[in-house]
Design a protein around this ligand. Structure first.
Ligand code: FE2
Ligand code: FE2
Ligand code: FE2
Length: 440
């Protein structure tokens, strides 16, 4: 199918259902993908914007197979987030020595032929964790097993030993798209490179890739469809062909979306394994205490879950350094608050959530970051998020310290309030809200 014809398939899909929070899920997932792509690129050397490249190639093949509307949007988001468990498996698999050897895979690209087609990516752990995570997202069409089987070879030699008679076509498409982006640089591919790609992919039909996915590749992916990467960003390319889904989600669905995001951020560093979800849970207790209306409480919960999203782009050797950070390292860590703002601010309807999430390191006396805002620039909700973040950080377990007691945390926070860093009335309230649950 020609690129221009494909553009006509794209149109905004708005679904009216339920009566809770309207959310542009596509925008939010695009933002996460932006951060995940940076992490994965830095840690493994795969192409930058890997998730978006895989989503674009997958979408072209999906459209060729007749996908459109919600099904196309859901499928593309899954393809974009096929490595969503990267923060989790990188920590577990890289540190355990069971390395996912993308460098080796790239070195062996020359050998990608019938005789030597081994998939060097172990794949099973991040595929299973990614499948578990994505189940939290309330897609309206069937996305089951797309991520679970995204490293399975057609002949059953993948990590889970599932051949293409068992795996879904959607996962077969993502597998093919994923392999293309790991091996070839689709942003600068030449006509000769493309001819080589086509030859190798066809030689692996029925072996590494399912015959149906290869057929779709032959029809949907042309040199011209990749050439546009030279002049457009990956996000523009994707948005040209994929519909946006904006929908009303129930409180339970927003909770699950928030948990999906908090889990991915929390897995980035073993030092803060329960931080974002902890702040989100504490925000619920605070929202109840302050009688936030339900629609505000759920938005505040989502902001709390997303507040450290910017940490996804900070290197782990800094996040996990024992002892004091030097000036340059501290300056680097501080950028996470601005990164959270940048990731959230362009999402439709996220103005308040962006402020609540990204002002959590500002202090009343102007000594905070990133802006050094003064007290009169910080709303009650901003101040509350700051206090919840500090309280959670002090009382949560971390590998190098045992969590401190409620009483000790309050001593520290009352001192900060006396120094005009944080809001003393809120500190007093948190003492009441959490004092009974977490006695000294
Ligand atoms: Fe993967
Ligand atoms: Fe991948
Ligand atoms: Fe933070």
């Amino acid at each position: 199918m020609e690129y221009n014809k494909i553009k006509a398939v794209s149109a905004a899909v708005t679904i009216k259902a339920g009566d809770n929070m309207k959310l542009n899920l596509t925008d939010l997932l695009f933002s996460l993908s932006e951060a995940l792509d940076i992490v994965e690129h830095e840690m493994t050397g795969v192409q930058s914007a890997h998730g978006k490249h895989v989503a674009y190639l997958s979408a072209l093949m999906g459209i060729e197979n007749g996908m459109k509307g919600d099904e196309l949007a859901d499928f593309t988001c899954c393809a974009m987030l096929h490595d969503n468990a990267f923060t989790e498996y990188a920590r577990e698999e890289f540190s355990s020595g069971n390395v996912v050897d993308v460098y080796e895979l790239k070195k062996r690209a020359e050998m990608l032929n019938k005789e030597d087609y081994m998939c060097f990516i172990s794949g099973a752990r991040h595929s299973a964790a990614g499948e578990r995570n994505i189940a939290l997202i309330p897609f309206s069409t069937n996305v089951k097993n797309i991520i679970l089987y995204h490293h399975e070879n057609a002949d059953g030699t993948g990590p889970l030993k599932k051949d293409c008679s068992v795996t879904e076509l959607k996962s077969q498409i993502v597998h093919l798209a994923d392999t293309i982006d790991v091996i070839w640089n689709i942003m600068t591919v030449t006509e000769d490179d493309f001819a080589d790609m086509k030859k190798k992919i066809n030689s692996l039909s029925g072996i590494m890739f399912s015959p149906k996915s290869v057929e779709l590749f032959n029809k949907a992916i042309s040199y011209e469809s990749l050439h546009n990467f030279r002049t457009k960003s990956s996000e523009e390319m994707l948005r040209d062909i994929v519909p946006t889904v904006e929908k009303d989600y129930s409180d339970a669905e927003i909770h699950n979306i928030a948990k999906f995001f908090a889990g991915i951020v929390d897995c980035k560093s073993s030092f803060t394994r329960s931080h974002c979800i902890g702040v989100a849970q504490r925000s619920e207790a605070a929202a109840k205490y302050y009688n936030f209306p339900p629609d505000k409480a759920i938005r505040y919960y989502l902001a709390a879950a997303l507040h450290d999203m910017g940490k996804l782009v900070i290197q782990n050797d800094i996040l996990e350094k024992r002892g004091k950070l030097d000036d340059a390292e501290f300056a680097n860590v501080k950028t996470h608050a601005m990164a959270t703002r940048e990731l959230l601010r362009d999402i439709d309807g996220f103005k308040d959530i962006t402020e609540w999430a990204s002002n959590h390191h500002e202090k009343l006396d102007g000594s905070g970051y990133p802006y050094g805002k003064q007290a009169d620039e910080l709303t009650f909700e901003d101040r509350l998020m700051t206090c919840l973040d500090i309280y959670q950080a002090l009382t949560e377990p971390r590998p190098y310290k045992t969590p401190i007691s409620h009483k000790k945390a309050m001593e520290i926070m009352y001192k900060m309030a006396a120094d005009n860093k944080i809001d003393k009335n809120i500190v007093y309230d948190l003492d009441k809200i959490f004092g009974n649950k977490n006695p000294a």
